[in-house]
Write a protein that binds this ligand. Structure first.
Ligand code: 13P
Length: 341
């Protein structure tokens, strides 16, 4: 049993590969479609996900895809269920199982992620549908006084409960504590907050008997606030992020798969590259990007059938750039390929 979990976790961070997060809830994908003037119907969502999943050759760079409840039940036009289509290409299907960040009682401005009720049964069903890994995202806001210890520890407890249930179901838990980078905070402040969050998370994971070798961490990178006046450059981001993970993430964790969190697609690639260039590290450092893989794809596609191939080329290119960043071999000059491809 443990072996299957360990193998899946390692396969998700295989050399040169990372994860596509395509698990936007209906509300979130509707916002993304709004940006290209496309109506968010079930069929349009299916068509878009088919574009992503059938991109020729992208499996060279993509190890797994995180799906949403609606998507894991959908099929390609030829009738092949999406999880089956992905698995046939050697891409591991995953599933978002949290039910979103809701207001935390007695804690103005803070959230707790819900979705534990009935989770054991849902995991069993998702395994039957082909899911071999899962995701649960908690969020933390930085202000002068937040996040509170209360928010940090209640979310850590819920993340660990989710992770333990996943492992019982032979599903690899990706634990995603996302410290939001909105605000004017300094990179030092982001470092301290991310450190507190990771300390609480690994304390709870160990207390709840989670085998961290059969799990993956999906954290934010340590960045200056997006509205900060003096934002740290690429090299500083890499140094502060690594300092934080070396202190708080056990070496037994096979991989750290970053979220992009609203960074530009190229920044997300450059930061990952800088961290890997300073390796080797005890864990694989990889990506589990949503927006940083999909923003250029959505733009190139624009919801138009004639642009499906253009959308696929944009996605393939970003996946390839992030694959290069897995080994510290990315360089901005490589971006030119996108134009000539
Ligand atoms: P972003 O890369 O757009 O932050 O999305 C990753 C994700 O899965 C957030 O939960």
């Amino acid at each position: 049993m443990a072996t299957e979990l360990h193998e899946t976790a390692r396969a998700l961070v295989a050399e040169g590969k990372g994860i596509l997060a395509a698990d936007e809830s209906t509300g979130t994908i509707t916002k993304r479609f709004d940006s290209i003037g496309l109506e968010s119907t079930e069929e349009n969502r299916r068509t878009y996900r088919e574009l992503l999943f059938t991109t020729p050759g992208v499996e060279e760079y993509i190890s797994g895809v995180i799906l949403y409840d609606e998507t894991i039940r959908q099929s390609a036009l030829d009738g092949t269920p999406f999880p089956k289509l992905l698995a046939a290409k050697g891409v591991i299907p995953g599933i978002k199982v949290d039910e979103g960040a809701k207001p935390l009682a007695h804690a103005e401005g803070e959230t707790i992620t819900e979705g534990l009720d009935g989770l054991r049964g849902r995991l069993e069903e998702y395994y039957g549908l082909g899911a071999r890994f899962a995701k649960w995202r908690a969020t933390y806001t930085i202000t002068d006084s937040l996040p509170s210890e209360y928010c940090i520890w209640t979310n850590a407890h819920a993340l660990a409960r989710y992770a333990a249930l996943c492992q019982e179901a032979n599903i690899v838990p990706i634990v995603e504590p996302e410290v939001l980078m909105d605000g004017t905070h300094t990179i030092e402040r982001a470092y301290h907050v991310t450190s507190r969050v990771l300390f609480a998370l690994y304390t709870e994971l160990f207390d709840q008997r989670v085998d961290v070798a059969g799990s993956l961490l999906k954290p934010n990178m340590v960045l200056s606030g997006y509205e900060a006046s003096n934002r740290a450059g690429i090299d500083d981001v890499a140094d502060w992020s690594l300092k934080c993970f070396y202190k708080h993430v056990p070496a037994a964790v096979p991989g750290i798969v970053f979220l992009s969190g609203g960074q530009s697609d190229k920044d997300a690639t450059a930061h990952l590259n800088a961290m890997n260039a300073k390796g080797p590290h005890p864990w694989q450092l990889s990506f589990s990007y949503g927006r940083a893989l999909q923003a250029p794809t959505l733009k190139a596609w624009g919801g138009k059938p004639a642009n499906v191939e253009a959308g696929q080329r944009a996605y393939y290119h970003r996946a390839k750039m992030n694959s290069a960043a897995r080994t510290g071999m990315y360089a901005p000059e490589l971006e030119r390929e996108a134009v000539t491809a």
